[in-house]
Design a protein around this ligand. Structure first.
Ligand SMILES: C[C@H](NC(=O)[C@@H](N)CCCCN)C(=O)O
Length: 447
């Protein structure tokens, strides 16, 4: 734990803070890259190793089982070890997980590898947040968080783009996962650099006292308001739709729409790419105009028809797209429009939803509120791929039977409808006398 001698010690210099942001962001880039490196090899695991959709979804879901278990352990580990040890150990666990997944196509080994990834990756996100909160204060903190998430999303996009820039590796399922292991190694190096940086500055700069937040205590959860639980509901169905859809997207575009892997990867990358650019912009805009619950409802409404559009709408003419690091390709207009709209929603809802919790929950309970929200999110992200995998297997989804993917798409649509319901209820509550100020922006305060 940091000892403070506030006043006597200087605050960290801008160079020190931006170096911290760089190291932590590289560790997060690696974290998101490993998470998303599995999607592009789904078809190869099915074709070369005979994996079923059920098995693929079990591997994907194993991450969430681990995430729920470690989230229950809460911030205790980070508090006990301190941020510099925690971030390095969790990055090393991610490296071990990536290597385990790349080592053999045995189902149980892959399951264990993805489970281990959940053990390392989710607390790594918590540790990264704690590090930033230590070094950055006030307005700079939101900016640092935003930049950190954008670089993490660049990790997701890079995993999709690897189908283009590392195309020769995709002759087998294993080499792309070894590439992910290499990226994980870079993440560990960045975490170690952070360790060195923190160790060198300890006792020389004032990092302030860590913010006082309580831990996740399931017995005290009843005390949160209805608005909080509507946001949690939206968070669960939103991420339980988007993350599994992304996991299966590259395979789906190949099998159901006949795209090659590189083009499917480019199309899938539109989600994180849109989010890199648009999330911070939406954040700034919503801070100004407020109407947070209305924006969450609008995002949910836009999302509602998208999975049915990819399933039933005519593909339309091919249009050319160009993406840096990935190159150019021709994609059907309908798929392009759907992915751009989904990218917009993937930018808008997280940009509004996570900060909204701070309006609803007292500051000293924010830690517990975010832990609870992430825990529920991971329960959803655990269950949904299992259902979609079951539906794909049951309805014999594949290149000869593209219609077999339709039940899975209807399931995503049902979840999106639930998301709309939660956000509509939130909007109704927040527009009335029981509101928490979600609808107010800085513009209203000035006027
Ligand atoms: C901020 C949010 N992060 C999460 O939801 C994490 N619990 C899971 C991240 C999984 C790795 N891609 C987000 O990414 O929107």
């Amino acid at each position: 734990m940091t000892t403070t001698n506030a006043g006597a010690l200087p605050r960290p210099t801008p160079l020190q803070r931006w170096l911290v942001l760089l190291f932590v962001s590289v560790a997060m880039f690696a974290n998101y890259y490993i998470y998303d490196s599995f999607g592009p090899v789904v078809d190869l695991l099915r074709e070369q190793e005979g994996f079923s959709y059920d098995q693929i979804s079990m591997i994907f879901s194993a991450y969430s089982v681990a995430a729920v278990l470690v989230l229950l352990a809460g911030g205790y580990i980070i508090d006990r070890w301190g941020t510099k040890v925690a971030i390095t150990v969790f990055a090393a666990i991610c490296l071990g997980a990536a290597a385990l997944m790349a080592s053999t196509a045995k189902f149980e080994t892959m399951l264990a590898g993805r489970f281990l990834l959940g053990v390392g990756a989710e607390p790594l996100i918590v540790a990264a947040t704690a590090v930033l909160a230590k070094w950055f204060k006030g307005k700079e903190l939101s900016f640092a968080f935003g930049l950190n998430l954008s670089i993490a999303r660049l990790g997701s996009a890079s995993a999709d783009w690897s189908t283009s820039f590392a195309e020769p590796l995709y002759s087998n399922w294993q080499d792309p996962l070894w590439l992910a292991t290499g990226v994980a190694g870079v993440g560990v190096a960045a975490a170690m650099l952070y360790w060195m940086m923190e160790a060198r500055t300890e006792g020389r700069v004032d990092l302030g006292a860590p913010p006082e937040t309580d831990k996740l205590d399931l017995k005290r959860m009843y005390a949160f308001s209805a608005s909080f639980w509507y946001i949690v509901g939206l968070c669960v169905v939103f991420y339980a739709t988007v993350f599994p859809f992304r996991a299966f997207a590259i395979d789906y575009f190949q099998q159901a729409h006949g795209l090659d892997r590189a083009t499917a990867g480019m199309l899938s990358s539109l989600l994180p790419v849109a989010a890199i650019v648009a999330t911070p912009l939406f954040g700034l805009w919503v801070d100004r105009v407020g109407r947070r619950s209305l924006f969450m409802a609008i995002g949910s409404l836009v999302m509602l028809p998208l999975f049915l559009l990819v399933t039933y709408a005519p593909p339309g003419p091919d249009v050319g797209i160009w993406i840096p690091f990935a190159g150019s390709a021709e994609v059907p207009l309908t798929l392009l429009v759907v992915m751009l709209l989904l990218g917009g929603v993937f930018s808008l809802i997280p940009a509004v939803m996570w900060p909204s919790v701070a309006y609803i929950v007292r500051e000293n309970r924010l830690g517990a509120a975010y832990s609870m929200m992430t825990l529920c999110q991971q329960v959803g992200v655990f269950l949904v791929p299992l259902v979609v995998g079951r539906l794909n297997t049951h309805f014999l989804a594949g290149p000869e039977n593209a219609g077999g993917y339709a039940p899975g798409m209807w399931f995503y649509t049902a979840l999106a409808a639930l998301g709309l319901l939660f956000s509509f209820q939130l909007w109704r509550t927040e527009s009335g006398p029981g509101g928490h100020g979600l609808e107010r922006g800085t513009k209203d305060a000035a006027g």
